[in-house]
Unconditional design. Structure first.
Ligand code: PLP
Length: 218
């Protein structure tokens, strides 16, 4: 049961940590079941599906976008996203900024960091992040809210810890270097299999799908 799974998670999660229920590939009915149990933060990773769900579901849901975003898909995502967790290139930052300036809005984003995981190439290299934040004023339509990362897909807990330690360290040094970026507060790490470890490394957002909704049918 979705509501039981949520209850167990909330029993264990420290109170300051935001749980984003990752509902990709799951039907509206599953999201509504979680909503009825009180869940308000949901995450999706495909623009079309994201937009379709956002327009049909209750308006007080806070939607996070967490997949690869192509610049020609911004219209599907930016009107509905309270946070874009997966900004992975300066080209995308430029495009989001143009959209935001034109729309007279600010778009809240996390920079996705490529940690560990050889199999995914998505995300900035850790040493690119400071350079972007140093130039934050170049993107007036963007609010830099923190970092997102995925640990290596492995059973090797030491490897997962090393990945989280790396992004945690980067997050702390960014906060120290750029105290003027007052919204730079979120560290989004941790999924169904590794969120407990992520909490130890200072996660402020965990993104959990399978442990709430069950396995996805692709
Ligand atoms: C699918 C996805 C998740 C959730 O993964 P689970 O293992 O099902 O919890 C978290 N973050 C991102 C970026 C995802 O694409």
């Amino acid at each position: 049961m979705i509501s039981d799974a949520l209850e167990r998670l909330y029993d264990e999660l420290p109170s300051g940590v935001k749980l984003v229920a990752v509902s990709k590939f799951h039907p509206l009915s599953a999201i509504l079941e979680a909503y009825a149990a009180g869940q308000r933060f949901f995450g999706e990773n495909r623009p079309q599906e994201f937009a379709a769900k956002a327009v049909q579901l209750p308006q007080d849901i806070e939607w996070h976008f967490l997949g690869h975003l192509q610049t020609n898909k911004l219209k599907l995502v930016l009107p509905y996203a309270s946070l874009v967790e997966s900004v992975d290139s300066t080209r995308l930052l430029d495009a989001i900024d143009s959209w935001a300036v034109q729309a007279g809005k600010k778009v809240r984003v996390l920079l996705e960091v490529h940690i560990g995981a050889e199999e995914t190439k998505q995300g900035f290299a850790p040493d690119e992040i400071q350079g972007i934040l140093a130039n934050a004023l170049k993107w007036p339509g963007i609010v830099f809210c923190g970092l997102m990362g995925m640990a290596s897909h492995t059973d090797d807990e030491e490897r997962i810890r090393a990945d989280f330690a790396c992004i945690r360290q980067l997050f702390s040094s960014c906060r120290d270097s750029f105290p003027g970026l007052g919204d730079f507060r979120e560290l989004s790490i941790g999924m169904s299999d590794d969120w407990r470890i992520a909490i130890e490394y200072g996660a402020t957002i965990v993104r959990i799908g399978t442990a709430i909704f069950g396995r996805r049918e692709y």
